[in-house]
Write a protein that binds this ligand. Sequence first.
Ligand SMILES: [Zn+2]
Length: 436
Amino acid sequence: MAKAMPLRRLTEPALLLLNIRQLLTLSSTVQGPRRGRDLSQLGLIESGAVLCVGGGIASVGKTKDALRDSWIRKNRRRIREIDCAGKVVLPGFVDSHTHPAFTAPRLIDFEQRVAGATYEQIAEAGGGIRSSSEGVRKATRTALAEHVLGGFNAMLAQGTTTVEAKSGYGLSLDAELKSLEAIRDAARQWPGTVVPTLLGAHVVPREYRGREGKYVRIVCHEMVPRAAEGKLARFVDVFCDRGAFSSESTEHIFFAAREHGLGVRAHVCQLSHCEIAPLLKYDPASLDHLDHVSDEDIAALAAQSTISPAYQTVATLVPGANHFLGLGRFPDARRLIDSGVPVALATDYNPGTSPTASMPFVLSLACTQMKMTPAEAIAAATINGAHALRLAERKGSIEPGKDADLAVFDVADYREIPYWIAGNCCAAVIVAGAQT
Ligand SMILES: [Zn+2]
């Protein structure tokens, strides 16, 4: 077994996964998010074994070495075992972009879009993000937390063990704080890890229409400080695009976030192009969507490979939104990857444009629509997702010392994970060394 073997005594629960047909460790000597060819490195071990002790990964290697290991032999009767013969084990997915704090599906938008209306026409007619805010403002925190937890559980069932969760349908100080509290309440009832994000700047609410500056001041001077004080958010996000917030407003909000010790991330270039370079000086953990990027943007993101991994920005692609909006056009993942930009994949789980909690489905879209290889898609959904949340020290790969968050898939080959469209081959999920 690859070390380190647990030095602690076996007073904590231990779990041993054995006979794993394909163990995808995602381990690598590369520091920072995976770029270019490194995105395909899965660290695959055949007939693998993983020992989890006290919530962490204690050792990783071949099954035959695990069975010979003196510590495992001595303690075997007290170790719980899972036989993973014929199965694939990989790190639990890290879904680094979701909007679970809503109360109802947006079925009118759905029908209007099927009839030919665009995203912006629907928003203009009173649908879109603003139409979700009514339900969130009216909902009790308890009811909202139940909806959030429902989303988290749907994600867990498909192999997701870490999730970023945004507010963003409250669009007032009280309703945004309530959304973040509901996310926290749900997180306490969920075994996985939740990274909360304040997205007060999702869209300008109706009552501030035409007064973006005034609403941005509320975000900067009320929402950000209160979210930081209450430790309700780790990141602040902004929807920076045509019909949402300007680059200038985005910089104001990023500045406020930084003043209050919060990280930043943004939705950019989904509907139109905006210049990325000015935003990079705030060290965003991730810039998401990127349907309309320029060569300069790509060069700026690729050039970050020389700075400390702690400040690098991941490009998070959310093809579920392109699919559900019926755009027939997807972000140019190949151009990004081949230019050296680190790419992550996420569901963008939300009621308007991407109502899916399934990372395997997103992997399918990445392969079929964006021409990513299955190996690239898996790395983008695990280790690079962890980097997009600045959690790669603990998440995203199966290596000694990291959290024991694993997904077991009932398939013989990892390429089947994106291959079987809209099914669910996830057989078991291990979170902090315990089966859920
Ligand atoms: Zn989003």
